[in-house]
Ligand binder design. Structure first.
Ligand code: DMJ
Length: 928
């Protein structure tokens, strides 16, 4: 059945033009066939250890999949903290993230081909039967076209691909008669109405039952979509066409890609993040390789591999050159503006870009892949997981981590390309961290905050579709997989499509359209695979020698500007003024400011405010320097604000059977014991009577020496705290009285005092939303004795913890003086975390609305002018010291015990985000 052509393996670079099907198969093989002759660098891993790790991956998959099937199926996803299924409409909406859920047993479909890769053929057969028996694709639910394509259509096609492979082998799936393919076709037809636009770009959402535009559909009024959303269809749609002979799918996907290509910014050859589906205008003109664009690039290269159409490779190469020219600033990948590609559009990177080193391996550009991967690994070592976004100086920008697989994907491909056992060690760390920090009794929970170790009640289907596949394959030898993985290509969701599709039903494919083909030079890998037989065996330390200079890039990080400063030094130019070096009393600095169009205003309260008027700059280069200076200054200023904020806290359930595995995000109090400064408080929990804690407790004997649970409402937080403290409680947890509230969907906040002196409150107080609180209440109902740890961040969960004798409840807090924090007069929601819950893969215009809430001191003093402004509370040298102090504190802390004393508060993250958006909007205005 499979017909991959000849020329397999890394040694088979194609010096002359080969038949295109052969080129496709060969190019795909860039991904695989690692040289196994590694002789130096990291010590090789024994076969036994690899097998042990492979078995560990299998066990972890069983834990995730088993709990989904037992407690969530037929729901779309498992909620691992509450151990039940996530059913759309029955849970509070999480916004765009929920558009992946179509009441079609998403996780089961997304897991199908993983079961075969992991050698669980029997389970696969059962799973396919369940899909055929239970899944309904005709639900009245509005879903994301992109997510439905990559997860459901891709899942069905991956399942079909491996079902026919197994059938042909003659043992399993003998009854199978293309039923999954029929479902895929049905789904394909359901998605087609989304393409009913003049541009051919699909609407972002569709109603599975009613399509688009009809009143019942409740969708079809959108005007914008993300580039990845419109440009990540070709693999699944072409596979569907080629499997079934119905060419319409491939045609539609090609048309969307053709339109995007036409709309690329012609001078930079970059594409923006969001495009108007009717006019083709770029709505967001920033450009990177992460959120919103990522898989558009991936699909251009992989479409060439699968379909053998040169035009896809030509487009990919054109974009790739632009990416390497503007976005790649090794080891960083930084968003730029499509019209001004020399200008960074952000000072942070998102986690989705972690797939890019893997794509660079497929492209054959190994060096930058090694560099970026190494940088990402160091960020992971610092925070245990890759935060959703992190700054150019490697601080956490968005603290969540929904168990994304991109880094594991790149690790796998780099191992295949280099054979360097270093990447096996990286994989081992990923496994350890998942088990240590994300594993909960009912599956694996996304990290809500990588700094506190708190969880979110969420296990996305891509965790099963991708993570376990890549981790298993990383440690697997050829004989550990029951089919030849090299005969398949991975979609963006890691679904497997057979390469033989390249020669099947190719009626509408455009072949060999590249006029320059005969002039191409193979040595630059533009048209061939990298020949690792030449690259690596000659220099077995190649990968290590690239990693070596980056060894401490994260720990010894400097803000991004430094790179540019050094660059300009090298070119002989005078370095621009760095925000951190600026002194308001230095006349030379004031002169530079003037040149950059930045004016300095001394405010009455002693602060200084900076305002930039781009048009007053001496030149456009000075104006750019000024903009960068202002961005840096805003970042410094926001850093200063962060120092004054209270970060979220963690409630960790440490008793049986949780053993510290469930960590709940808690809001701090502006009074009582400050957990960031003092030892954590550990104790058994007891409900107070009355439950609202608004009067003297009637059950002091029950809460004495324990952590009291109190319900929110009816009196001040401080009053509740005093009442439980008087009853002898060593701490308190206030549980929200709004049923169904959750930190997944509601903004976390700090509990304010009562406007009076709260020094008398000396016990720690934390706040939990209703859903998180219910997890503790349910645990009490089931296990009676429930012990928790209140702290600033989750403590390490060694297996030993499970055998540990719980220490007696302590109340060291009574003797410690409470920190005096300014208190408000009522319960106040201080933080808007909504934006943190937005899915960064689809930053919509709604996200930019957040810019409106930017603090007044950061707003333009004259909104009609095109300028940036920021204000400082003190000398810059102080800020500089603070920054240094912070990074020293973080470096000193032992990650196994403490994750750094200073954590970034949620509202400051939001402020950072707003600042970035504002800076970007400024650039936009400037552009206009
Ligand atoms: C997956 O659904 C796909 O890999 C997609 O292309 C991007 N993000 C998620 C996983 O993070």
């Amino acid at each position: 059945m499979s017909e991959p052509g000849g020329g397999r393996g890394f040694g088979s670079s194609v010096p002359q033009r080969a038949p295109w099907s052969l080129v496709a198969a060969t190019a795909a093989l860039c991904l695989v066939s690692a040289t196994s002759v590694w002789t130096a660098g990291a010590s090789p891993m024994s076969r036994e250890e690899k097998q042990k790790l492979g078995n560990q991956v299998l066990e972890m998959f069983d834990h995730a999949y088993g709990n989904y099937m037992e407690h969530a199926y037929p729901a779309d996803e498992l909620m691992p903290l509450t151990c039940r299924g996530r059913v759309r409409g029955q849970e509070p909406s999480r916004g765009d993230v929920d558009d992946a859920l179509g009441k079609f047993s998403l996780t089961l479909i997304d897991s199908l081909d993983t079961l075969v890769v992991l050698n669980k053929t029997k389970e696969f057969e059962d799973a396919v039967r369940k899909v055929l028996r239970d899944v309904n694709l005709d639900n009245d639910v509005v879903v994301s076209v992109f997510e439905t394509n990559i997860r459901v259509l891709g899942g069905l096609l991956g399942g079909h691909s491996l079902a026919i492979m197994l059938k042909e082998k003659g043992e399993y799936m003998q009854w199978y008669n293309d039923e999954l393919l029929q479902m895929a076709k049905q789904l394909g037809y359901k998605l087609l109405p989304a393409f009913n636009t003049t541009s051919g770009l699909p609407y972002p959402r569709i109603n599975l039952k009613f399509g688009i535009r009809k009143p019942e559909a409740r969708t079809g009024t959108e005007t914008d979509t993300c580039t990845a959303c419109a440009g990540t269809l070709i693999l699944e749609f072409a596979a569907l066409s080629r499997f079934t002979g119905a060419t319409i799918f491939e045609e539609y996907a090609r048309k969307a890609l053709d339109f995007l290509w036409e709309k690329r910014q012609r001078s930079s050859n970059l594409v923006g993040v969001t495009i108007n589906i009717h006019t083709g205008d770029w709505v967001r003109k920033d450009s990177g390789v992460g959120a919103g664009i990522d898989s558009y690039y991936e699909y251009l290269l992989k479409a060439y591999v699968l379909l053998g159409d040169d035009s896809f490779l030509e487009r990919f190469n054109t974009h790739y050159d632009a990416i390497m020219r503007y976005i790649s600033q090794p080891p960083l990948l930084l968003d730029v503006h499509i019209h001004k590609p020399m200008l960074n559009a952000r000072t942070w990177m998102d986690a989705l870009l972690a797939f890019f080193p893997g794509l660079q391996v497929l492209k054959g550009d190994i060096r930058p892949a090694i560099e970026t991967h190494e940088m990402l690994y160091q960020v992971i070592k610092k925070h245990n997981f890759l935060p959703e976004a992190f700054t150019t100086d490697f601080r956490v920008h968005w603290a969540q981590h929904p168990l994304r697989p991109e880094f594991a994907e790149s690790t796998y491909f780099l191992y295949k390309a280099t054979g360097d056992p270093y990447y096996l060690e990286v994989g081992k760390t990923l496994i350890e961290n998942l088990n240590k920090y994300a594993r909960v009794p009912c599956g694996f929970a996304a990290m809500k905050d990588v700094r506190t170790g708190s969880h979110e009640d969420r296990m996305d289907s891509f965790f099963l579709a991708e993570m376990f596949k890549y981790l298993y394959l990383l440690f697997a030898d050829k004989e550990d997989v029951i089919f030849d993985i090299e005969d398949y290509i991975f979609t963006t969701e890691a679904h497997l499509l057979p390469l033989w599709l390249s020669t099947t039903n190719q009626r509408i494919s455009k072949k060999n359209t590249t006029s320059e083909y005969t002039e191409l030079d193979d040595s630059n890998f533009d048209w061939t695979c990298p020949n690792t037989q030449i690259l690596f065996p000659n220099d077995p330390l190649y990968a290590q020698s690239i990693r070596e200079p980056l060894k401490n890039v994260v720990d010894k990080s400097c803000p991004r500007g430094i790179i540019r400063v050094e660059e300009s030094f090298r070119s002989g130019a005078k370095p621009p003024l760095r925000a951190r070096d600026f002194m308001a009393t230095n006349p030379e600095h004031l002169e530079i400011l003037k040149k950059m169009g930045v004016s300095l205003i001394h405010l009455k309260d002693g602060r200084v405010q900076l305002v930039q008027h781009a048009i007053q700059a001496a030149s456009s280069i000075d104006a750019e320097d000024g903009l960068r200076f202002m961005q840096e200054m805003i970042e410094l200023s926001s850093q200063q604000q962060k120092e004054q904020q209270l970060p979220p806290r963690a409630v960790q359930i440490v008793s049986h059977p949780f053993f510290g595995r469930v960590v709940l995000t808690a809001g701090p109090a502006q009074f009582g014991l400050d957990l960031s400064k003092h030892k954590e408080t550990r104790g058994f929990v007891a409900s107070s009577k009355p439950y609202n804690g608004c009067s003297e407790l009637t059950n002091p004997e029950a809460v004495m020496g324990k952590i009291a649970l109190i319900q929110r409402g009816q009196c001040m937080f401080a009053e509740k705290a005093r009442n439980i403290q008087n009853a002898g409680a060593i701490g308190g947890i206030v549980i929200d009285d709004n049923e169904g509230s959750s930190s997944d969907t509601a903004p976390l906040f700090q509990m304010a005092g009562d406007g009076k002196d709260t020094d008398d409150i000396t016990i720690p107080m934390l706040f939990l939303f209703s859903k998180e609180g219910s997890i503790i209440l349910d645990a009490i109902r089931e296990y009676e004795e429930v012990e928790v740890l209140l702290s600033d961040k989750a403590k390490d969960r060694d297996p030993e913890m499970e055998n540990e004798e719980p220490p007696s409840s302590e109340n060291d807090s009574q003797n410690q003086s409470a920190e005096q924090i300014a208190s408000g007069s009522q319960e106040v929601d201080l933080v808007d975390q909504e934006s943190l819950n937005s899915h960064p893969e689809s930053l919509s215009p709604a996200d930019t609305d957040n810019a409106a809430s930017i603090s007044p001191s950061e707003q333009n003093s004259n909104p009609t002018e095109n300028h940036e402004t920021t204000s400082l509370d003190g000398e810059c040298t102080d800020l500089d010291n603070q920054l240094q102090e912070q990074s020293e504190t973080e470096e000193d802390s032992n990650p196994n015990v403490s994750w750094g004393k200073k954590v970034q508060p949620i509202d400051s993250i939001l402020a950072d985000w707003n600042e970035d958006i504002e800076a970007f909007e400024m650039m936009e205005k400037d552009e206009l």
